[in-house]
Design a protein around this ligand. Structure first.
Ligand SMILES: [Zn+2]
Length: 66
């Protein structure tokens, strides 16, 4: 797991990873951004997966191989 430049704390990263697990399991999540309270978005690409806040530049976590 790599954290990108919008660096979350460990607690924030754990919240985003919980949301990512919801997306993978059910296709959505009720978990909100721990910083601003907006929705979180999940993106899956060839290079890896990203869970991020819909507010630009707020917070995001990139994961690979989960
Ligand atoms: Zn946010």
């Amino acid at each position: 797991m790599t954290l990108n430049r919008v660096r979350p704390t460990e607690a924030e990263a754990n919240i985003l990873l919980d949301a990512q697990r919801d997306y993978i399991k059910r296709g959505n999540t009720s978990i909100k951004c721990p910083r601003c309270g907006k929705s979180l978005e999940y993106r899956c690409r060839e290079s890896g997966e990203t869970i991020l806040c819909i507010r630009d530049g707020c917070i995001s976590v990139d994961t690979r191989g989960i």
